[in-house]
Write a protein of this length. Sequence first.
Length: 266
Amino acid sequence: MTELNGLGTINIELTSRCNKNCWMCGRRKVDREYPELALEYGDMDFDLLKSIAAQIPPDVVVQLHRDGDALLYPRFGEAAALFSKNIRNIVTNGKLLVEKADEIIGNLETLSVSIFEKDEEAEEQRELIRKFLALKSDKKPYVTLRLIGQVDTGSYEEFGQRFVRRVLHNPMGSFGYVKRRPCVPEIGVCWDFLMHPCINRQGNMSICVRFDPEKLGVLGNVREHSVAELWNGPQREQWKALHVAGKRDSVPLCARCEYWGVPIAP
């Protein structure tokens, strides 16, 4: 499927709903302070999801989340099965790990549990992780523990899983990182822009998965255009040329973003 050359990872948002109120969450800040930009919470239409799945080449990484928790999707198991030829992943708060275990185990390649500093529900989350790992045993998915901010690993060493550390940043976007400056790749072009688009639950395809309540990075909607048409379309080509020319500040969403597609650890 040459029309999607360069595509390495795509986020497909099954649902924008979330069952956790994280203190550092951008969408919660928008709900409170900028209600005119608040998300319209809901789930992706399953027929739309099937249409998207048919367009994604094998072996591309498919992450089934964006601003919501994928496990809230009513047909999560069926959704994940649509991408059986891909490398499937979700990042989840873990609340539904045990309840949805039958839909997860054997139906994803990787799964990451998001753990953040000063979480009042940390003890409950650890118990859910413990129960899920016992149910999963040695079957897939491969699990990582995503530690956001200053999280002590001591309480999680018993699980024997890999830790993935991330730095806290401004809830309104990928800027204002705590203590660390983002890493810039040698090519001077954002890896996420080049390889990692996102489709939200309404079908809007964006240049990347950064938090974007103003929809500055939207290329169009996959109900009206194919994924390939938007990937190769004039808007993305124009923005790509600016990136390659070292003028990413001229791209509306990228102008206020400090992230370059390279994960940042403390």
